[in-house]
Write a protein that binds this ligand. Structure first.
Ligand code: GLN
Length: 280
């Protein structure tokens, strides 16, 4: 089989399996299996592929055809221009979440202490630490021990230092922070069966399920957050596209002010933030 033939075969197989980006994914898996870049591919497109490489490619295609997310096969996802290792214990970082990080970057001041709740792969706190123009300190927590192992590797790989705490929300958190940031699970339980198989069957359910109305974690974090925020402290949330009004209301009910809801690049509400009034 030539490289070109194998790629066509891959595209066909993934298309039949119902993979949305079947052309791109067939290429990414070839890149991964054969360790070639696009320009190398064009040079060798008509050449025969080694049997071993073709077998490896077929194996990866089969997994993807079973709807295992591409990133769980290749083991990485880029986020805010940085590489993040992922496995099935953590949510795959989404481009939408970059809007959250970019908003929080705007308010960072020297010496600020930031807490990232439900950190998963660590993508939020690590990219904040990496892209901050001033020196800040970061703490991140997750209920999952396996997720924290991945976050630890990601911090090391991206050369930032974050304190990692295993905690069910604020349970094991001490001290006060300038910013609490979180992309908590926010999908209503009833909507989970209707998600794409990649998400529904392979991403960790505990990273997705926001209980009955999807707002469980916002309620808890908004209610308890003020105890862990300094005077004037900020709360930043990623939210679902239809949750802006309700999350803003929850924040207001819990004493947050200057609440704003920001859209992502696709034009959907994606971030809600506000701050506690300064204590005089
Ligand atoms: N904070 C992580 C992310 O944004 C994980 C979010 C989650 O598990 N709900 O990717």
């Amino acid at each position: 089989m030539t490289f070109e033939g194998a790629l066509e075969y891959g595209k066909g197989l993934l298309e039949k399996a119902g993979v949305l980006d079947y052309q791109l994914d067939a290429w990414y898996l070839m890149e991964y299996a054969c360790k070639i870049c696009k320009s190398e591919y064009y040079l060798c497109a008509k050449e025969e592929m080694e049997d071993e490489a073709f077998q490896e490619y077929t194996l990866l295609l089969k997994k993807r055809g079973e709807r295992v997310p591409l990133q769980y096969i290749t083991g990485v996802q880029e986020f805010m221009g940085l590489p993040f290792k992922v496995n099935s214990h953590v949510l795959i970082p989404r481009q939408d979440t970059e809007t959250l990080v970019e908003e929080a970057l705007k308010v960072l001041e020297p010496g600020m202490e930031v807490l990232d709740l439900c950190t998963g792969s660590g993508c939020i706190i690590i990219s904040l630490l990496k892209h901050a123009r001033v020196k800040i300190t970061g703490t991140a927590s997750d209920i999952s021990k396996q997720a924290l192992l991945i976050a630890k590797e990601n911090a090391k790989h991206n050369q930032v230092e974050a304190e990692l705490v295993r905690s069910d929300l604020f349970q094991n958190i001490t001290g006060k922070y300038d910013i609490i940031i979180s992309n908590p699970p926010y999908i209503p339980t009833g909507e989970i069966p209707g998600l794409m198989p990649e998400v529904r069957d392979f991403e960790p359910l505990e990273a997705l399920d926001g209980a009955e109305d999807g707002l469980f974690f916002y309620r808890e974090i908004a209610r308890m957050g003020r105890k862990f925020l300094k005077s004037n402290g900020y709360l930043y949330f990623e939210i679902g596209h239809d949750q802006g009004r309700r999350v803003a209301f929850l924040m207001e009910e819990n004493g947050f002010r200057n609440i704003k809801v920001i859209k992502d690049l696709a034009g959907n509400d994606r971030v809600a933030f506000g701050n506690l009034p300064a204590v005089k």
